[in-house]
Design a protein around this ligand. Sequence first.
Ligand SMILES: [Zn+2]
Length: 205
Amino acid sequence: MNVEKTSGYYLAWLSIPAITLVMAIFSFYWASVGLTTPGAEDYGNRLFWIASIVLIMGIAYFSWIWLRGLNVENSAKEIFETCPFCGSPNTKLIISTGKETVECLNCGAKWTIDYSLFGKIESITLIAPDREGERKNVLGIKKPVEFWINLKNENLPTKSPVQKSTDVSDEDIEAKLRKLKKLYDDGLLTEEEYQMKKKELLKML
Ligand SMILES: [Zn+2]
């Protein structure tokens, strides 16, 4: 399995800790100024505590994003190490902010998981070669693998088969149009049916 992280993921990973770090450095600086300025010790003391809280929050956020990313990566690997549809190990995991996509590079099966702010699954969308399904409000599922197994066992709606565009020669279409006209003239088709089918055939020209 290939793992790919989007630039948005890295941005989220770095932006808030970077901001909190800058804020903390500033606060610590002004705290030190306050603490060494006679009469401003109270102010310096308060800033020192604010700086500490900001720094701790930044570190907590950083760790949370990191752990969450690890957890998501592992659960996706567990489920999609090999494609459940074709068995191919040629799969790709794309991690972005609050959303992960796994794609089978062999058969095209694809599924996305949307996560809430706190890392819980909000919805899963599966696009298999022949089936598609979506489940929302699946909060509380600890591991996507449970959901995946349920989804696999369910009878998901089958996709309507894609109409194959066959190579039809213009002569064939012309013959069909003549036949259609005859059917209409003979009263076997209503005006509406005739126009609809005619339009379809003309599109193929
Ligand atoms: Zn596959």
